[in-house]
Design a protein around this ligand. Structure first.
Ligand code: CTP
Ligand code: MG
Length: 252
């Protein structure tokens, strides 16, 4: 079986707010995208990596990732799209000869080689769509955007300084024991992921799923969760970079 990992790195990193795309931002002196690619290679179950890059930075991305001596698998770089979903689709089109496809975010640089192996093993065991997930520590409320979900019409709320407070009606509290916060890498049977993306391409842009497994669910096909890990956290803001630096120190 051939396993190809699509490493999404074409985002701009708006919320991090640096003057370079997030994937190039360094943690402990190494760009995030390189940390992620090193761990994919170290898993020894990934045969090749396809990186999606901002379209102006395809050559630079290839130099940075392929030039790293610890990235010991073949690397191909393609231009990403304007959404993550489009970037994954572009990566998938370039994932020649893969039977198993992993989709992984460069924004999760410390997802370990062990985690990669766990996801790939589950796909090879016959699960068509596999996501790592962690139990949720907070109680989660579902809220409504519809004003008719208020039992009584809300009076405008404001802080003493006059700043308006957003008040949302709660519609339910899902059982926390049955919730998982999901991460990447997500692993797929290649044909199933292609079918999911083909179906998604025909849907309205506002129906975009926030992960690839969501596209598989939309087909009515089963997705399974395997244990995730704290170190696979996603770097979104400056605060996350502090945490990531801790993992860079303790990681093999
Ligand atoms: N990504 C991508 N193509 C896009 C948008 C995002 O390949 N058009 C990738 C990012 O590079 C990242 C992953 O998808 O590795 C998860 O996205 P996110 O954390 O939202 O990163 P950014 O979109 O770069 O950040 P922001 O939303 O703050 O701009
Ligand atoms: Mg984004």
């Amino acid at each position: 079986m051939t396993t190809v990992a699509i490493l999404t790195a074409a985002g701009s990193g708006t919320r991090l707010g640096r003057d370079l795309p997030k994937a190039f931002v360094e943690v402990a002196g190494v760009p995030m995208v390189v940390h992620a690619a090193r761990r994919l290679a170290a898993s020894a179950v990934v045969d090749a990596v396809v990186v999606t890059a901002p379209h102006r930075l395809v050559t630079q991305m290839a130099d940075v990732v392929s030039g790293d001596p610890q990235v010991t698998v073949p690397v191909r770089v393609v231009a990403g799209g304007s959404t993550r979903q489009e970037s994954v689709a572009a990566g998938l089109a370039a994932a020649d000869a893969a039977d198993v496809v992993l989709v992984h975010d460069a924004a999760r640089p410390f997802a370990s080689a062990d985690l990669v192996r766990r996801v790939v093993a589950a796909v090879r065991d016959g699960h068509g769509a596999v996501v790592p997930g962690l139990p949720v520590v907070d109680t989660v409320k579902a809220v409504s955007a519809a004003s008719h979900d208020f039992r009584t019409p809300p009076r405008p709320a404001a802080t003493p300084s006059g700043a308006p407070i957003t008040v949302e009606p709660v519609t339910s509290t899902p059982d926390r024991a049955l919730l998982r916060a999901v991460q990447t890498p997500q692993g797929f049977d290649r044909a199933l992921l292609e079918r999911a993306h083909a179906a998604a391409a025909g849907r309205a842009a506002d129906a975009h799923a926030t992960d690839d497994a969501g596209l598989v669910e939309a087909l009515g096909e089963q997705v399974v969760v395997v244990p995730g890990e704290e170190s696979a956290l996603k770097i979104t803001t400056e605060r996350d970079l502090y945490l990531a630096a801790l993992y860079a120190r303790t990681d093999a």
